[in-house]
Design a protein around this ligand. Structure first.
Ligand code: ADP
Length: 594
């Protein structure tokens, strides 16, 4: 048998334990090792080499035990760190709520001196920055502890992109940068995935592009669906800037937490160095990829590749092939790239389209078509063009073609200021750039079928809640005061309940439809906001099911949001309450959703 073993290998070893050896220096039992091999190549004599390995084995055992203890300690520390961070975040957010809320209220005061207004604005900016830092650190710790979970939910792609563009246009205007968002191919109306996290990644990388690009530069965001399979699609986002670029030597550290190339040189609000680490981790979780190309002092391009599932609807639609009838369309934009991309999009959707790169060129084309009695069905005009802007062009075109041609102004900017003038010039509709085929279809149908006045997305932030009574359930006196003042500033009547039990009682004892909405803190003594909401929803009265209940908590993680919705809340507002978000949510529920 030994010879059998030695056929295939030059030697082998085995271990055994020996007990009670008289006069042996080490305490019993002892571990023995025996190495077995041939003495020489003739393979006649077998050597058995015995050695006492007790000391080595004991050392190994000790080392393993130490490692196990260290691992347990590390796990314990990591858990403690996560719990600590989560607690701290809650504790820090509560006073932050007071700072941001009171700052917003102070800014609403009349008669502020410019210097005071400037200080208050800076307090607000710093407080929000501090908050974003807390969120970043928490995100990072959730990723490190494997606790970040992604949602798989259908979301509207156009809403995602429009939302991102609204944020970015504002940032670019503030920083005197040019911003362009280009849709390079058709995209689906709905994808399935974690839209909040995707937005976080895109806004972060776009935000960096803005931050690291000096005045007068340009940030370009392009979107392309490069592949569509039966149940999923591949999307590519490209974020290019003409900024300071990244040194080659820094590239290997780019995605490391807390790494910054220009530490100290950037603005005081220069970030934590966590954004890219978080983005990369989120993309990893999504099965996506991020790549960078950069030239120092010339600019940077980040490319994000990601697969998103298609929703059931999209899969059905692909088989249904719902198309626009072949409308004749004219695209007018001084940026030829925009013209070309829009043309590709429209052609893919089955529209016939041509383009012109100035107002005058467009008018000539419209005249030519009119003379041969083949007016365009739809004209898409950029608002801001040199020489003749969109409004002037629309006015002249309208004089040529009459009312049946649909004229749409496309703009990256807020159109509230030109809405009235636009209507007077004969504009039917305003749309945000970049143009999505689904919105064109909607707009065209609405205008063409001469339905009721097309409902324009509300760009103005005018809120008036007079005659609305709001029940505010909040145990923290400062927070309650802030929310009350914010609401009263917009003329709402506010009644306060200091816990869930009181809120439930107030609602139960009220006449039907006495309250217009409930603002419900989640963490409250006696009865928390979730229980109170469930109890209110279960009351046997008509308005109990209908009254809008908006939850508020400092814990704004997805799990918390899900819990609030499951309890029957309509929406979940993260604390510190942002006045504008609060007003917008209330506006939505008080005036549109029935
Ligand atoms: P932060 O922006 O908070 O510093 P990030 O993780 O988002 O953290 O970015 C890390 C670093 O990468 C930045 O500090 C900067 O040095 C570099 N960086 C990221 N994006 C760009 C860009 N578009 N242009 C130049 N440098 C960039």
């Amino acid at each position: 048998m030994i010879r059998e073993e030695l056929k295939n290998k030059p030697f082998f070893s085995f271990y055994y334990t020996k007990k009670d050896i008289p006069d042996h220096p080490t305490p019993t039992p002892i571990r023995m090792k025996c190495d077995v091999f041939y003495l020489d190549e003739t393979a006649t004599t077998i050597v058995f080499l015995f050695s006492d390995v007790t000391a080595i084995v004991n050392q190994e055992k000790e080392a393993r035990e130490k490692l196990e203890i260290a691992l347990a300690a590390a796990e314990q520390a990591s858990l403690a760190k996560t719990q600590f961070l989560s607690r701290m975040s809650h504790e820090i957010r509560t006073p932050m709520n007071a700072i941001i809320g009171l700052d917003a209220i102070a800014l609403q005061e009349e008669g502020l001196t410019p210097a005071l207004e400037d200080h208050l604005q800076k307090i607000g900016i710093s407080a929000r920055f501090l908050l974003s830092l807390i969120n970043d650190i928490l995100d990072m710790s959730r990723i490190e502890s494997g606790k970040m979970v992604l949602k798989e939910e259908p979301f509207n792609f156009e809403e995602l992109i429009t939302g991102i563009n609204t944020i970015l246009y504002e940032q670019c205007v503030d920083n005197e940068l040019d911003y362009e968002c280009i849709l390079k191919s058709q995209t689906e109306e709905t994808y399935v995935g974690d839209v909040t996290k995707l937005q976080q990644v895109l806004v972060n990388i776009l935000g960096n592009a803005v931050k690291f690009t000096p005045k007068g530069g340009k940030v370009t965001f392009s979107i392309e669906q490069t592949l569509k399979r039966h149940t999923s699609a591949h999307l590519r986002f490209r974020i290019a800037d003409t900024g300071i670029g990244i040194d080659e030597s820094f590239l290997p550290n780019l995605y490391q937490p807390f790494s910054q190339e220009n530490r100290g040189k950037t603005s005081p609000y220069g970030g934590s160095g966590l954004g890219l680490a978080i983005s990369k981790n989120i993309l990893n979780l999504m099965g996506g990829k991020i790549a960078v190309n950069s030239v120092k002092n010339a600019g940077t391009v980040f490319t994000i590749d990601i697969d998103l599932s298609l929703s059931e609807d999209e899969i059905d639609k692909a088989t249904l092939q719902s198309h626009l009838q072949p409308l004749d369309t004219l695209i007018v934009d001084d940026d030829v790239v925009v013209c070309q991309h829009t043309q590709i999009l429209l052609n893919e959707a089955g529209l016939r389209s041509e383009w012109a790169d100035s107002g005058d060129a467009a008018i000539t084309k419209v005249q030519e078509h009119h003379q041969v009695k083949k007016d365009y069905d739809l004209i898409l005009l950029d608002w801001k063009m040199p020489d003749k802007d969109g409004l002037m062009t629309a006015k002249e075109i309208r004089q040529i073609v009459g009312p049946e041609v649909t004229i749409i102004i496309m703009t990256a900017y807020d159109w509230a200021e030109i809405e009235k003038e636009g209507k007077a010039c004969g504009v039917d509709y305003f749309m945000r750039k970049p143009i999505f085929v689904s919105s064109i279809k909607q707009a065209f149908e609405q205008v063409f079928l001469n339905k009721k006045e097309p409902k324009l997305p509300d760009n103005r932030n005018v809120f008036d809640f007079s005659n609305k009574r709001i029940l505010l359930a909040e145990d923290n006196a400062i927070n309650a005061e802030i929310a009350r003042t914010l609401l009263q500033n917009k003329k709402a009547h506010v009644e306060i309940a200091v816990n869930g039990e009181e809120a439930l009682k107030a609602f139960r004892d009220s006449k039907p439809n006495y309250y217009s909405a409930i603002l419900m803190d989640v963490r409250m003594p006696k009865m928390d906001g979730l229980e109170a909401t469930e109890a209110i929803r279960a009351l046997p009265r008509e308005d109990a099911k209908l009254i809008p209940i908006l939850g508020m908590t400092a814990n704004a993680f997805q799990d918390d949001i899900n819990q609030s919705l499951a309890a029957g809340m309509n929406e979940h507002l993260a604390k510190p309450i942002e006045p504008l978000l609060l007003y917008r949510s209330l506006q939505k529920y008080l005036f549109t959703v029935k």
